[in-house]
Design a binder for this molecule. Structure first.
Ligand SMILES: Cc1ncc(COP(=O)(O)O)c(C=O)c1O
Length: 417
């Protein structure tokens, strides 16, 4: 089949959110009041005492390190498989990232590897609930509590996921989230901190209050991009437009989505000045409130699609499927499988109308940005090499999931032949 059927992702941004954004841009309500309304609703949703909106998750992480008094030459344990910006900002804060490996098919921090990485200067650990999969928090919390190590949950890809019935972000000492256009909920751009710790909250709040508001242009541009993404991935348009463009790029060894939307990986030598001038605006909070009202619907559809893929993809030769720690209730931000012949497998899927991506997570334990912090993380390295993100987004229905499962089966057989 030449035409496409299933895009790799579909934004949660919809006309109702564009309407909320437009209303806010026209009426210009108080930034403080609107952001406080969103923070209150978010704290209640997560089950945390405080929520503080921030411009980005990386800045949230920086503020949390400062609030906890973690600085020069202290060590923070991070999973090897993570987003480069988190170790990068740790280095900016003078903190030494110590990488620990992830589970082979869970993709999240392995508690045994975390324990083995602890040293005399370890001050915090960051369980990253990657791909919507909660970490093994019982094990991580018990190791951390026994040694007085602070636990900062990275919920950038898992807003709303639960672990033993509680939402991630309410389990450790503090947490951060992010709401870009490709996440399971969006505020156009923006992020959040949650914590039950009054002193940590007060420190982060004071730091954000000392920054200045950004202009409205960025939010307006993000809203237009969100609508464009919505149309480009619409079932009536996608097969004739975006999918053929991706296949044409693929034939030339390029990816027309991954390349323009990916962020260059950089090491921050100082805190970027833009962090101080991007205090969240009312328009972001207005969209956040709209999205929060629908997040259980988005996540429910992800869970249904993910569970169907779990069942349908078991036992296909050459395809290693994801697994989940005991007690984890994932929200399937991504459905990540491994294939040793990744490029051929992805091309065979695309020929069957299924678009996939290798994603943006890197093996930071063996990365040119962090030469002084190399540490063997074989599973992070393997994930970096072999991982393929299959579509699992809320716009897919049962027939779409069945199509993906059939395509995976056929592609795996074709590539093995
Ligand atoms: C796991 C993870 N952590 C942190 C971040 C950084 O978020 P932000 O871009 O808001 O700084 C991301 C971004 O996608 C992420 O996926």
């Amino acid at each position: 089949m030449y035409f496409g059927r299933i895009p790799r992702f579909s934004p949660s941004f919809a006309p109702v959110d564009a309407w909320a954004a437009a209303r806010s841009l026209v009426t210009q309500p108080s930034d403080d009041a609107e952001v406080a309304r969103f923070e209150g609703a978010f704290a209640a949703y997560i089950g945390a005492r405080h929520a503080i909106m921030t411009p980005s998750a990386r800045y949230a992480f920086y503020l949390l390190l400062q609030a906890m008094g973690i600085g020069e030459d202290d060590e923070v344990i991070l999973p090897g498989l993570t987003y480069f910006a988190i170790p990068s900002i740790a280095v900016t804060a003078g903190v030494r990232p110590v990488f620990a490996d992830v589970g082979r098919t869970t993709h999240v921090l392995d508690p045994a590897a975390f324990e083995a990485a602890i040293g005399p200067r370890t001050r915090a650990v960051v369980p990253t609930h990657l791909y919507g999969t909660p970490c093994d928090m019982d094990a991580i919390l018990s190791i951390a509590r026994a040694r007085g190590i602070r636990v900062i949950e990275d919920c950038a890809q898992s807003t709303g996921a639960r672990y033993r019935g509680r939402r991630v972000g309410s389990l450790g000492d503090a947490a951060y989230y992010t709401f870009g256009l490709t996440k399971n909920m969006t505020t156009l751009s923006g992020a959040m901190i949650t914590t039950d710790d009054d002193a940590v909250a007060a420190s982060c709040r004071a730091a954000i209050d000392a920054t200045t508001h950004g202009g409205l242009g960025k939010a307006a541009k993000e809203a237009v991009t969100g609508l464009a993404m919505m149309f480009a991935t619409h079932p009536l348009l996608y097969p004739w437009t975006l999918h053929p463009a991706i296949r044409a790029g693929n034939a030339l060894g390029r990816d027309p989505i991954h390349e323009p939307f990916g962020e260059p990986e950089v090491l921050y030598t100082t805190l970027p000045a833009s962090f101080q001038t991007s205090r969240p605006r009312a328009v972001q909070a207005a969209v956040g409130c709209e999205q929060l009202a629908r997040i259980e619907r988005f996540n429910g559809a992800r869970r249904t699609n993910g569970a169907r893929l779990d069942a349908a993809l078991a036992g296909i030769p050459g395809v290693e499927v994801p697994t989940y720690p005991d007690g984890a209730e994932p929200i399937y931000m991504s459905f990540v499988v491994h294939h040793a012949r990744r490029d051929a497998f992805m091309a065979a899927l695309r020929r069957r109308g299924v678009d996939t991506t290798t994603g943006y997570m890197n093996d930071c334990s063996d990365h040119p940005l962090f030469p002084g912090f190399r540490r063997p993380c074989p599973e992070a390295a393997r994930a970096k090499r072999d991982q393929v993100h299959l579509p699992v987004h809320p716009r897919m229905d049962e027939a779409d999931v069945a199509h993906v499962a059939r395509a995976v089966r056929e592609a795996a057989a074709e590539v093995a032949a």
